[in-house]
Design a protein around this ligand. Structure first.
Ligand code: LRH
Length: 471
C-alpha cells in the first residue's frame, strides 16, 4: 500500500528533536533521528535562544533522517527573529522568559485597552506575547533595518527554503492576529506603532512552503500546525468531543477544542486564550506553569535523575504544601527552590525540607492547577468533559498523571509522549494524500497505533478541595 516517510522537526523549550514518521492508510510509526539540548544563553541582561545552534541541530537531524518525502517544523510560540533587506538576521532572537517586556505590557494595555485586545485577538495577557516583544524591539537601534518578522518555525523554514511567510496557528499566538477577520490585526498593529510591512502573508497548515535547498533530494518543507501546542492537540488520541487536554511539558496547556472563540469578559478575566488550531478549530486554554518549576529545581540541584526524584516524591505525604503555580514569580529562570520556599512561607504552608518534598509540592500544586483550569474551562463554555488526555513529556510522569486524575475526579488517558511530532507528521501525511479526512479521522489512526495508559481517579476528592481552599 501507499506509504510516505515524513520528517517532523519539533523544537521545545528544553530540547529539539527530528522525528521520522512512516505513514500509510492504517500505519503510523514514529522514530527518533536526532535529539539535542536547547540551552538559552544569557548575554548581559538579555536571555537569548541559541538559534544557530538549534539550526545546526535541525540540519544534523534532517541529514540523519535520510531521504524523506517532506519536512514540517513546529516550535514554541510567540518568539521571532527579524530579517533585513538582504535576508540577514537582525540581532539574536530573545527568549520569551526575558524580562524586557515587563513594563511594555502595562503600557500597551493602558494604551490599547484590555477589552479591545481580547475582543480582537482572543488572546490571553502574557508579558511574552509577540506584541509586547515587538514593541520592546522597536525601541532598539537595529529595528530600523528590520524588514520582516518571522516566528521561530518560519525562520527555520526560511533558512531551509528561502521562502518567507507566517504560519496561521502560530500567528494567532502573537496577539496581533484578528481572530474574527482571520488576518493580521492591521489596526492594532498600527496603533501599537509597528510597521505593517513587517508582517508576511499567512500560510495554512498543509501549504507547501518550498524545497529544502541544501538537503539531498530537496524534499519540500510543508506548513504544519507550527505552534507546537497546535500540533500536540492534533496528536490527542481522543474519541468524540467531550474531552479536555493537557499538553504537558515545560508548560501545561490545559483546555478544550472548540469550533469558535469564547470572547466573554469572564474568559478574559480568567486569562483564558483562544488560539487558532488546525482545520479552523480553536484551542480554548490556559497556560499553566507546567513542569518548568521542577525543571528549574533540578537545574538548581544539578541533578538529572528525574526517575529517582519521582520515586521519592511518591513516598511523600500528599498535599502537605501547595503553592499557586499561576503566580508570575515562577516565570523567569533562577533559583526556583528559593522561590517555592518563599511562596510556602507567605501562604503559611510547611516549607519543603528535601528534594523529594519540593518535587511533591510542585506535582501536587500542578495537579491542582490542572483541575482549576479544566473546571474553569467547563464553566466558561458549558462544555461537558468526560475524560482528560495528557500528551507530551508529562504523559510519562505516572505520579503527575495519577494526581491529575485524583484532583479532577476524572479518568486520565496518558500518551502519546510525542503527540506534537505525531500531529506534525499527520498534517503532512494528509497534505501528501496518504491519509484523508478530518481531525477525528486522524485521531482514529492515533488510537489504532499509539499506546495510551489509563489512570482512574482515586478517593473522593475531599483532600483536593481542602487544598484548593488553602490556596
Ligand atoms: C509551549 C508553548 C505554549 C506557549 C509557550 C510560549 O511550548 O508553545 O503554547 O504559550 O510555549
Amino acid at each position: 500500500s501507499r506509504q510516505k516517510i515524513i520528517a517532523a522537526v519539533d523544537l521545545g523549550a528544553s530540547s529539539g528533536r527530528v522525528m521520522v514518521g512512516r505513514v500509510g492508510a492504517d500505519r503510523l510509526e514514529l522514530s527518533e533521528a536526532h535529539r539535542f539540548a536547547n540551552e538559552p544563553v544569557r548575554v548581559g541582561d538579555t536571555l537569548h535562544w541559541d538559534v544557530l545552534g538549534l539550526y545546526r541541530g535541525v540540519l544534523a537531524g534532517l541529514r540523519a533522517a535520510g531521504p524523506v518525502d517532506s519536512i514540517g517544523i513546529d516550535s514554541w510560540a510567540v518568539d521571532h527573529g527579524l530579517i533585513d533587506d538582504s535576508g540577514a538576521l537582525v540581532g539574536n532572537p530573545v527568549h520569551y522568559r526575558d524580562a524586557r517586556t515587563a513594563t511594555v505590557l502595562p503600557e500597551l494595555t493602558q494604551r490599547l485597552g484590555a477589552e479591545r485586545l481580547f475582543r480582537t485577538t482572543g488572546l490571553q495577557q502574557q508579558p511574552f506575547n509577540t506584541l509586547y516583544q515587538l514593541v520592546a524591539a522597536s525601541r532598539t537601534p537595529s529595528f530600523a533595518v528590520a524588514r520582516t518578522m518571522l516566528l521561530m518555525p518560519d525562520l527555520f523554514a526560511y533558512w531551509l527554503t528561502g521562502e518567507t511567510g507566517a504560519e496561521y496557528t502560530n500567528a494567532t499566538t502573537t496577539q496581533l492576529f484578528d481572530c474574527g477577520y482571520q488576518d493580521w490585526a492591521w489596526d492594532l498593529i498600527a496603533d501599537a506603532g509597528l510597521p505593517a510591512s513587517l508582517f508576511p502573508p499567512i500560510r495554512k497548515p498543509g501549504d507547501v512552503i518550498g524545497p529544502a535547498r541544501d538537503l539531498p533530494g530537496r524534499p519540500n518543507v510543508v506548513a504544519v500546525g507550527s505552534h507546537d501546542t497546535a500540533s500536540a492537540v492534533v496528536g490527542v488520541p481522543a474519541r468524540g468531543g467531550d474531552f479536555a487536554y493537557i499538553s504537558c511539558g515545560t508548560w501545561s496547556l490545559v483546555g478544550l477544542e472548540l469550533d469558535g472563540p469564547v470572547l466573554t469578559a469572564e474568559a478574559r478575566r480568567a486569562n483564558f486564550t483562544n488560539e487558532g488550531g488546525v482545520d479552523g478549530t480553536i484551542r480554548f486554554l490556559r497556560n499553566v506553569m507546567g513542569l518548568w518549576p521542577l525543571q528549574e529545581c533540578m537545574r538548581a540541584w544539578a541533578t538529572d535523575d528525574i526517575v529517582g526524584l519521582l520515586r521519592a516524591a511518591a513516598q511523600e505525604p500528599a498535599l502537605r504544601s501547595v503553592v499557586d503555580l499561576d503566580d508570575p514569580v515562577f516565570l523567569p529562570p533562577g533559583d526556583m527552590p528559593a522561590r517555592i520556599a518563599e511562596a510556602c512561607r507567605r501562604a503559611g504552608e510547611p516549607v519543603p525540607d528535601s528534594h523529594a518534598a519540593f518535587t511533591r509540592c510542585v506535582l501536587d500544586s500542578l495537579a491542582l492547577a490542572h483541575h482549576r483550569a479544566i473546571d474553569r474551562a467547563r464553566h466558561l463554555t458549558g462544555a461537558p468533559v468526560e475524560v482528560v488526555h495528557i500528551v507530551g513529556g508529562g504523559a510519562r510522569n505516572e505520579l503527575l498523571c495519577q494526581l491529575t486524575a485524583d484532583a479532577c475526579g476524572l479518568p486520565v488517558l496518558a500518551g502519546p509522549v510525542e503527540a506534537t511530532a505525531l500531529g506534525n507528521v499527520l498534517v503532512q501525511a494528509r497534505a501528501a494524500g496518504v491519509i484523508q479526512g478530518d481531525l477525528s479521522h486522524l485521531r482514529s489512526l492515533l488510537r489504532q497505533t499509539q499506546a495510551v495508559t489509563t489512570y482512574r481517579p482515586a478517593g473522593d476528592g475531599k483532600a483536593w478541595r481542602n487544598a484548593e481552599e488553602r490556596l
